[in-house]
Design a protein around this ligand. Sequence first.
Ligand code: ZN
Length: 104
Amino acid sequence: MSIKREIKCPNCSQFTLWLGRDYDRCLHCAEFLQNQEFIKKLENDIVTKVKEENDIFYIRPNDSGFTKISKRFFRRLRKITMIVQALFIGFMTFILWILGMLAT
Ligand SMILES: [Zn+2]
């Protein structure tokens, strides 16, 4: 899926071909056409990565074998806990709904 159109380059103000991709460059000055969006995207990627690295259970390459295994275990445990919680909330909602139906 590509959008093919002529747009004005934000850098040199000449019309150039844009294919709708983040990394398309101006034909005249080779400047990125989607500069702002491209930078924003990169920033988002970095923020996501930093968040992940700040996680207590983030597995670092220089962790020892045991640390790696326990971190992996806790990550899985946390995921399971979250799923169980979601199921529990769903179940409670269902029970309340049933009670509501019975009451009427
Ligand atoms: Zn240009």
